[in-house]
Design a protein around this ligand. Structure first.
Ligand code: ZN
Length: 174
C-alpha cells in the first residue's frame, strides 16, 4: 500500500512538471533558468541573442526603421523596455532608443569582450542580453541604446497600454 502511494505521488509530480513545462513564463523565479532550459523554450534566433549574447545581422530587423506608435517589450519575458517616442534613426543597423521606459526596464553590465569596453544592456527582469548603450545619442539623454530587434516584441499603443496596466495590476495584487 505504501509503495502504491509513493508511485502515485511520483506520477502526480511528473504530471505537474509536464504541465508546467508548456506554460508561458510569468513568475519572477521562473526566469532563473539554465541555458539548456532556455534553449528548449526560446526560438533559436532569440536564444542566440538573449542567452548567448549574440548580435543579429545589422539591418535585419523590421523594427529598425519602424515609426509605429507603441511599446517595445522583452521578447523573452514581456518586460516593458522602450516607448516608440524615444526611438530614433541612428543609422547603425539596429533599432535605437535614447531612453528606457523605466528604471526596471534595463540592467547595465560592463562588457570587455572583442577587445573593447562597452556597456551591455540586459532585461531588468529576465537578464536576457538586449544590446549595448553608447554615449553618442541625441538629446535629451545623449545616449544610444542599440538593441537587437529579435529580442523585442512590439505592441501598438492601445494594446500596449492595456497590457502595461494589466501587468501593474497583477504586480500590486501579488
Ligand atoms: Zn526579459
Amino acid at each position: 500500500m505504501k509503495g502504491m502511494i509513493k508511485t502515485g505521488l511520483l506520477v502526480l509530480g511528473t504530471l505537474i512538471v509536464q504541465l508546467g513545462y508548456g506554460q508561458v513564463v510569468n513568475k519572477t523565479e521562473s526566469y532563473k533558468k539554465t541555458n539548456a532550459e532556455w534553449s528548449k523554450i526560446l526560438s533559436p534566433e532569440v536564444y542566440e541573442v538573449a542567452r548567448l549574447k549574440g548580435t543579429e545581422r545589422p539591418g535585419s530587423s523590421a523594427f529598425e526603421h519602424s515609426k509605429e506608435v507603441g511599446t517595445y517589450y522583452c521578447a523573452v519575458c514581456g518586460n516593458a523596455l522602450f516607448k516608440s517616442d524615444t526611438k530614433f534613426d541612428s543609422g547603425c543597423g539596429w533599432p535605437s532608443f535614447y531612453e528606457p521606459l523605466s528604471k526596471k526596464s534595463i540592467v547595465y553590465h560592463t562588457d570587455k569582450s572583442h577587445g573593447m569596453v562597452r556597456t551591455e544592456v540586459v532585461c531588468g527582469r529576465c537578464d536576457s542580453h538586449l544590446g549595448h548603450v553608447f554615449k553618442d545619442g541625441p538629446p535629451p539623454t545623449g545616449l544610444r541604446y542599440c538593441i537587437n530587434g529579435v529580442v523585442l516584441d512590439f505592441a501598438k499603443a492601445q494594446t500596449a497600454e492595456k497590457k502595461y496596466n494589466k501587468q501593474q495590476t497583477a504586480k500590486s495584487g501579488s
